[in-house]
Ligand binder design. Sequence first.
Ligand code: 16G
Ligand code: ZN
Length: 546
Amino acid sequence: MADILNNSQQLGAEKYPRKSEKLIQYGTSGFRTKAEELAHVMYRMGVLAAFRSMQKNAVIGVMITASHNDEPDNGVKLVDPHGEMLEASWEGIATKLANVKNEELKSTMCDILEENKIELGKNAMVYVGRDTRPSSPYLAQAVIDGVESVQGCVTDFGILSTPQLHFFVTCQNTNKAYGEPNEEGYFKKLASAFKALRGESADNGQYQHSLTLDGANGVGALKMKILQEYLGNSLEVSIFSSGDGKLNYQCGADYVKVLQKPPHSMQLEVGQRAASLDGDADRLVYFYLDTQGKFKLLDGDKIATLVAGYLKKLVKESGLNLNMGLVQTAYANGSSTEYINNTLGVEVACVPTGVKYLHHRALDFDIGVYFEANGHGTVIFSPTATDMIKKAASDETLPSDQVATAKRLFLLMDVINQTVGDALSDLLLVETVLHAFGWSLAEWDAAYTDLPNRQMKVSVADRNVIQTTDAERRCVEPPGLQTEIDSIVAKFNKGRSFARPSGTEDVVRVYAEADTQANADQLAHQVALKIYELANGVGTVPSLPN
Ligand code: 16G
Ligand code: ZN
């Protein structure tokens, strides 16, 4: 045992040494920073993934990606046995291991093994996937070397979307009950359910089966090309930003959502249905130009309401007694929350930012729909719901229309990647619902009108001086800040605003919404100035957005 750890420490120090004293933290989506600062972190996460695998006696995933960030960045996150995010208590362990001095690597590994009662030498199995960044192959090799240094086994899947890796991990750890842990299994499962739901006719009412897709110049574009082969003529997809430019540069779901405009390379025509993926294909947003040529965004909130509305209808028609809830964050547009409460009549829950919180809360419902406004989300069905739907789909004693609806629900469960938000799976889901309703994007968009909103960033000396409560909707620190925010908000019609420290960038984020864009801008600006004043702002004073 000591030998293994000695060798692992030596390899780490020689091949992947920690070169700077800079502290790096396992944040909302793992470690994320400039790729050149990450080699030692990758190696050590390979070691940690192997330890986690030994502890859980299950496959652990390691994904190398920085999602929607620019190309020079990269990152790494671990995927736990059921395809979920790494357990919170291990985030601290990961941070510790990533930051210890080279010569303390072995003793820290020893401590981790001991404190977590892990027996070194037990079988460890780690699945590794990476996005298309130029830095990713080298960093993936560092992870692989880390796993192998403690005698773990690696399956290197090469380029994958983040949700594919989550899917593979879940498949393997459920003894393939969830599907086949490989790309063919993944595409077959999604595409065959999608085709079955679509039936004979690819068009329906205002719905046309051609879609324009922005692939963010990343893995999503590559995987969509493969998915198209499985889809045949059921959906026609024209892919832009398919790898000819830089990853996420002037394209991708984050660009489209934040700047509220189409990707640079795409010439949109009025009414054309378009969508954007992000750099690792776990976020999806839709958009179109209305009859006045105005850009209209259908973000995660709109996707959530579309999907929840359709599922609610199916549940009702199938006669199944299943409860449903929709989980959002504070970033959800106020109009969407009102629509879900008042029109859809579905329970809404609000949780802090970050997939792990949304996913966890969604588990409380028979059918839990969760989406962040940025386009990350999915639907999860409890084991009871899954069983009930499965039984009803083949229950000959039920009226035939109820059985047919239960069959649709059953197929929808296969279109949906329940392990994590998945842009390709979500895209097939949205297309299925639009097809079923016979809707254009304008018809979908008509459900409710988003309140104008604005996001801003404020640089402060230490962003952790901002502490929040109530799912990040209220600040408890620094003292007095919330009272000030409240009195600013009170001046605006339909005003709402909150501030929270980012989990991925060294800034405080401000969100504001109000009755007009000018008011949302004003509100965000005034709150940003207050934070700058009360939370030790640094650099230039926040200016009014233009
Ligand atoms: C990460 C989160 C995402 C969240 C975002 C917020 C995961 C897998 N991803 O990308 O859900 O919306 O961080 O970033 O949890 P922020 O803290 O910088 O605002
Ligand atoms: Zn992403």
